[in-house]
Ligand binder design. Structure first.
Ligand code: MN
Length: 203
């Protein structure tokens, strides 16, 4: 696959036109939102392209990116939106609506499997084996070519995975359940931000 990777410093360029359905992923310094900052945001329009924005971690000044994130007309596909949105809310301080999450879709659609990682979904729906070894690398400094390719691969397959999962959800009559469930995503993230991390519905 030929990837069209563009690295942007601090923000998306002015006048860049994306599509009305974009895939988004983020890289952080670690998994603790209080301690670890948001380093990168990657966006794909679904045409083997990846815009990788290396954020200014002092200011988080990125008006073009924030405008895209806040645009309710743009549908945003994440894989595990819960984590990405937690860091986006904390560091970019924007509200994001019109969200899909392929991990939640997979849990509802693929009840024949207990593997809902991005690597598993890429394998099942595209046949590609991706290497997640760089998942735990340092995204805070200068990025290597390998890191850029790794980051790009986290977004370029999401459109295809979304379409495949949506097909299963519709076939199995679980699409309404999914679309009802995903409405809760911002509440789930707000609960996380308020340190209610466990399942509040459990006994
Ligand atoms: Mn990633």
């Amino acid at each position: 696959m030929n990837l069209d990777i563009k690295l942007h410093n601090e923000d998306l360029p002015d006048q860049l036109v994306l599509s009305d359905k974009i895939a988004i992923d983020c890289e952080f310094m670690g998994l603790n939102v209080e301690r670890d900052s948001l380093c990168l945001v990657q966006i794909s329009t679904g045409n083997n392209d990846a815009h990788i924005i290396k954020l200014n971690r002092e200011t988080y000044h990125a008006p073009n990116l924030k405008k895209v994130l806040q645009d309710k007309k743009i549908n945003k596909i994440f894989h595990y939106a819960r984590a990405d949105l937690l860091f986006i809310k904390k560091y970019l301080k924007v509200e994001v609506d019109n969200i899909n999450c392929t991990k939640i879709m997979s849990k509802l659609a693929r009840s024949y499997s207990d593997k809902h990682g991005l690597k598993d979904l890429i394998k099942e729906f595209t046949g590609n084996d991706i290497n997640k070894n760089l998942q735990t690398s340092d995204f805070g400094g200068e990025l290597t070519e390998k890191q850029l390719v790794y980051c790009a691969k986290d977004v370029v397959y999401l459109h295809k995975i979304f379409l495949n999962l949506e097909k299963i959800l519709i076939r199995e009559k679980r699409d309404k359940l999914y679309y009802d469930t995903i409405k809760f995503i911002n509440s789930r993230v707000n609960l996380d931000l308020a340190s209610f991390n466990t399942d509040i519905w459990s006994h």
